[in-house]
Design a protein around this ligand. Structure first.
Ligand SMILES: Nc1ncnc2c1ncn2[C@@H]1O[C@H](COP(=O)(O)OP(=O)(O)O)[C@@H](O)[C@H]1O
Ligand SMILES: [Mg+2]
Length: 122
């Protein structure tokens, strides 16, 4: 059985600091993991690499047995990977539903107009 997600030899360097040094991680379908580490350990950098915010300098991301590269978070989202940030920017004037779908709203056409499809969203 192949892992749902596997990271191999992931390295990410920022000016003056190696945030991730040859890291390995493999997750199987249905598992829940907690990534723990002191401030500056590289947790956020890791999450940003998995979700396409950053690209690794070196190493591979293998999703369901297939090597993938994410140029941006939308490409990761299209493969089923998304993130909810700890310090979340919620839009207070929007509903929970609207906040959940920000940037990924299903749409429908009403004549020439493309509108948010609330029924599909619900
Ligand atoms: N965009 C960035 N530019 C420069 N350095 C960064 C950047 N993001 C993270 N770092 C550095 O990389 C290291 C890991 O940071 P981070 O992944 O945020 O750790 P954690 O989330 O575990 O606290 C830290 O030394 C941090 O200062
Ligand atoms: Mg962090």
């Amino acid at each position: 059985m192949s892992n749902a997600l596997e990271l191999k030899n992931i390295t990410k360097t920022f000016p003056g600091v190696k945030a991730l040094d040859n890291m390995q991680l493999s997750l199987e379908k249905g598992e829940i993991h907690a990534i723990c580490g002191e401030n500056g350990a590289g947790k956020s950098t890791l999450m940003k690499i998995i979700t396409g915010v950053y690209q690794p300098d070196k190493g591979d991301i293998i999703l369901n047995g297939e090597k993938v590269t994410f140029k941006n978070p939308n490409e990761a989202y299209d493969k089923g990977i998304s993130i909810i940030y700890q310090e979340n920017s919620l839009f207070p004037d929007l509903t929970v539903l609207e906040n959940m779908f920000i940037g990924h709203e299903p749409t429908k056409s009403i004549g020439p107009i493309k509108a948010i499809d609330y029924k599909a969203m619900t």
